[in-house]
Design a protein around this ligand. Structure first.
Ligand code: NAD
Length: 385
């Protein structure tokens, strides 16, 4: 996966003839760059391209991620704002209307959702539902003539992903996936370190993401709704990490399920699993994902050194270091940076970068399926087309 690690800070350093080994500028140095520091919060936000013009976003599904991360982030965004909601719960609708000053005309339930087509306040529909519902709501949003952001994993099967891509193409609308880390400065820096071979070619990547899951009745533990267990939920970050650090697509995968320590809770999905990718350059990666134990690390061993992020995938602040010293980057609100980044391109009439689109989501869903196939069969799966 070739992302866009380049940022203007690096270009600025280059213009001064400063090499990549200079990784620790004081944070105030970023103020004149593409980020501006908010003095009250201490966080940095992406500079806006069209001051005053904000796209209206409607959130579909007002669960954990919408309530605690996206809606608060939309109070800080420069290029978009919370304009509408789609929910099946009338009490949530009332609460959100009051809290965020959302007019009744911009509130929909799952039956009235398609009427969003007539609402000029809403430019972008953001689908934040259980994984098995992504396809239906992305297709309906595209048919309503809206750009779409869809949470990860894009869907459960490649066929669903393809339907979503086709629907957006047919409607001439853009489709972004909720890959917030692609707009996160520490992540962009490790993309650059790996893809530009700053420490020489990457030889080995350790990329793992897991946590202890709580409620035994949640949809995340039901295969029909989640598509699988931790691999679908957070393992996808570990896949992404290995891909964006190497800048390559894996050519083969082997995988193993760990024994279940709570077979009742995990009767439908895996509890912990491991997988290994081989990349065309000869680089290899090893990954773990789990709902039984916490792990969050992205480590790359290169010919002339190493670099790592730990924590690497959560909401931040992320932390990084290299064999030459600490990685210093501005701390941003991930969700605000992601939605601002996507909406900036939409406002500017630009095609979204490949690494954030439905095609990227589809690549990951194919890999998720291949990992399960490898673990189920015990065989090495060839991923070459
Ligand atoms: P959640 O369970 O907290 O919320 C899901 C919402 O969907 C709820 O409001 C629920 O009422 C609604 N819903 C509608 N129909 C439903 C049904 N039939 N069954 C269950 N819920 C139904 O989940 P969440 O943590 O907000 O996750 C939603 C999506 O966001 C998932 O795809 C998840 O992977 C993704 N997510 C992404 C991030 C990230 O960092 N990018 C973080 C958390 C979640």
């Amino acid at each position: 996966m070739k992302n866009q690690p380049a940022n203007s800070r690096r270009d600025f350093l280059r213009s001064l003839g400063v090499g990549a080994s200079v990784l620790s500028l004081p944070l105030s140095s970023y103020a004149n760059d593409q980020y501006t520091r908010n003095e009250a919060s201490g966080l940095y936000s992406l500079n806006t391209s069209q001051p005053g013009r904000k796209l209206g976003i409607a959130l579909v599904g007002l669960g954990y991620y919408s309530k605690n991360l996206l809606a608060p982030a939309l109070q800080q965004t420069q290029n978009c704002r919370l304009a509408g909601i789609v929910t099946g719960a009338p009490e949530k609708a009332t609460e959100w209307m009051q809290k965020y000053n959302i007019p009744k005309a911009n509130v929909y339930d799952y039956k009235t959702f398609d009427r969003i087509a007539d609402n000029k306040d809403i430019d972008v529909v953001y689908v934040v539902l259980p994984n098995s519902m992504h396809e239906e709501y992305v297709v309906r949003a595209a048919q309503a003539g809206k750009h779409v952001i869809c949470e990860k994993p894009m869907a459960i099967t490649p066929k669903e992903c393809q339907n979503m891509i086709d629907a957006c193409k047919k409607a001439n609308k853009q489709l972004a996936i909720g890959y917030r880390l692609h707009y996160e400065p520490f992540t962009k820096e490790v993309m650059r370190l790996g893809q530009e071979k700053v420490f020489g070619p990457v030889k080995f990547v350790e990329s793992s993401d897991g946590f202890r899951s709580g409620d035994p009745n949640q949809w995340r533990l039901k295969k029909s709704m989640a598509g699988g267990g931790p691999l679908m939920d957070v393992g996808i970050y570990a896949i992404q990490g290995a891909r964006y650090v190497t800048g390559e697509e894996p050519v083969s995968v082997t995988a193993q399920f760990a024994p279940k320590t709570d077979p009742q809770k995990f009767k439908d999905v895996e509890e912990t699993m491991f997988w290994q990718f081989e990349f065309p350059s000869g680089a290899v990666s090893n990954s773990t994902t789990s709902y039984a134990a916490g792990v969050e690390r992205l480590y790359a061993s290169c010919e002339k050194g190493w670099f790592e992020l730990a924590p690497a995938f959560g909401y931040g602040p992320l932390k990084g270091r290299t064999s030459k010293g600490p990685i210093e980057q501005p701390v941003v609100n991930h969700q605000a940076a992601h939605m601002d980044g996507v909406c900036k391109d939409l406002l500017d009439g630009k095609k979204l970068p490949d690494h954030i689109t439905g095609e990227e989501g589809l690549r990951d869903v194919r890999l998720l399926q291949a990992i399960y196939q490898a673990a189920e069969t015990g065989k090495k799966i060839n991923l070459k087309a």
